[in-house]
Design a protein around this ligand. Structure first.
Ligand SMILES: [Zn+2]
Length: 497
């Protein structure tokens, strides 16, 4: 039977169960539950929070896997999908360059995992090698190696769930090169997702019962994709934007799901499939909080996490300094932790200015003894330090550019400015007025200099950009240790009105 019935699907928003008119025979109907998670970011250990005076423990990969085990054992047919960004966020992932996350997924054995942008953090060559040694399938259809023209990973896979044929297509955000360092993705080409998906669908539709897109692209891109590829697709399982969708969002007849981030939720999508018509008859979805103790934790993962954490714990527990104020990051304004990091870069590298992107600051830290592990939570990426020069005139252009609307603020040391509607009303470097003809040295992270125009509003042109071998984390460890006591405050370094 052709898929033509799917075009009759109407858009329903706000209902938990969506049923479609039934044309087939009920005996051909089977129930399949998709279990999905995304953006785990190496949050392997449970976290605690205080709610109404009670301590609540939640998350942790062994507990997430405990929920998966429970549903595998109690539901008739399940399929497990990981929508990417398992790497990066805690020291264990950094120390093992992501291998810890592959080891844990080896235990879970998802039916498919799509590759997220943070899986590229240790370069695509490292990523390809690590995943090719894994026994669970990794998918990624829209990233190809320029030299060979071959995609990094297979675009799709057919999973046979007790006779139900499920076609799964893996894709990533088309902005991949914009969210990774140049070194990580050098030599790769990102293709439009819709083109790749259409090729896969053509192949899969005649030979599978349903088709799912496993997408590490973010909810916005997934919505656009639903419009482009249309209701031929039965489900989009998403990631990347860390969106917590309590129930599926329907766009152009396609349900989109995503389960937040950091292993705090497991997504479940219950589908009734008519295998003679090859279509979904009804679908409902939800996410479940991962609470410690609700279902038995996965023993193997618990053992793995305990062992690997104890290896890093000793190192990470080393106290470097006393933090007198809570470090509070901010994506859209100056932050005290941003001031501390950029001061560390500027003073260590002996430059006039230092800048880092707010998005690279990944955690808040409470006042108290500051450990190595906490600094790594704040700056987990191990960026290389880059040095270059800007003329006074370029600094003015840069400040005017930063004075216009940007979602992401740059954290800055060395410069103080105040702009109103993009006009400079105050600008100093080292508390002195800017000399237009001077050249000023700038220290930043390779991630920032790789996206030079986006962050600085001026072209890198012929500029010599010196990528040093120094890593941000090593500078921060040393700076904290030398300071002994850290008192970070907001100083109105950048005032944009
Ligand atoms: Zn991502």
């Amino acid at each position: 039977m052709s898929k033509v019935f799917k075009f009759g699907i109407f858009i329903v928003i706000g209902l938990t169960v969506v049923s479609f008119p039934i044309f087939g025979n009920e005996s051909n109907q089977v129930r399949l539950t998709v279990l999905h998670w995304n953006d785990l970011h190496a949050a392997n250990t449970p976290k605690q929070s205080i709610k109404d005076g009670d301590t609540l423990y939640f998350g942790g990969y062994a507990n997430l896997a405990g929920y998966i085990n429970h549903y595998r054992n109690t539901l008739e047919h399940t399929i497990e999908l990981n929508a990417g960004d398992d790497f990066q966020g805690t020291p264990i992932s950094m120390i093992t360059e992501g291998q810890s996350q592959i080891d844990i997924n080896e235990i879970i054995q998802p039916d498919a995992m799509t590759i997220g942008n943070h899986e590229f953090d240790y370069t695509w060559q490292s990523l390809q090698k690590k995943f090719s040694e894994a026994t669970f399938p990794a998918l990624l259809g829209n990233v190809i190696v320029k030299e060979s023209g071959i995609s990094l990973f297979p675009a799709d896979i057919i999973v046979d769930v007790d006779g139900i044929k499920v076609g799964i297509i893996g894709v990533i955000t088309e902005d991949l090169l914009g969210v990774t360092t140049r070194k990580a993705t050098e030599g790769l080409i990102v293709l439009p997702k819709a083109d790749v998906i259409k090729v896969s669908l053509e192949k899969l539709i005649p030979i599978t019962d349903i088709q799912i897109i496993l997408s590490h692209s973010g909810f916005e891109e997934d919505s656009l994709m639903a419009v482009e590829v249309g209701p031929e697709v039965d489900l989009i399982v998403g990631g990347h934007s860390h969106t917590r969708l309590r129930e599926p969002k329907w766009v152009n007849g396609v349900p989109i799901v995503q389960a937040g981030s950091k292993g705090k939720w497991l997504g479940l999508v219950d589908m009734v499939i008519d295998t003679s018509l090859n279509r979904v008859v009804s679908l409902e979805g939800r996410i479940e909080d991962i609470l410690v103790g609700k279902y038995p934790a996965d023993k193997k993962i618990e053992e793995y996490v305990t062992k690997s954490e104890s290896i890093v714990k000793k190192e990470m527990d080393v106290v470097l300094a006393e933090l007198e104020t809570d470090w509070k990051r901010s994506y859209s304004s100056e932050s005290n932790v941003g001031n501390w990091i950029t001061d560390a870069l500027r003073l260590t590298m002996d430059t006039d200015i230092a800048v880092v992107n707010s998005g690279g600051i990944r955690a808040n830290i409470e006042a108290g003894p500051l450990t190595k592990g906490e600094i790594l939570e704040v700056c987990p990426f191990g960026n290389q330090i880059v040095i270059f020069k800007l003329s006074g005139t370029e600094i003015e252009e840069f400040v005017k550019y930063r004075g216009s609307k940007h979602r992401e603020t740059l954290q800055i040391s060395g410069i103080k400015f105040h702009t109103i509607d993009g006009n400079i009303v105050e600008l100093t470097i080292d508390d002195k007025p800017v000399n237009k003809d001077n050249l000023y040295s700038v220290a930043t992270l390779n991630y920032v200099s790789d996206h030079f125009e986006r962050f600085f509003g001026v072209t890198p042109a012929e500029r010599s950009i010196n990528t040093t071998s120094m890593l941000d984390r090593d500078i921060l460890f040393r700076f904290a240790r030398d300071q002994k006591t850290i008192n970070s405050v907001i100083e109105n370094r950048t005032v944009v009105e």
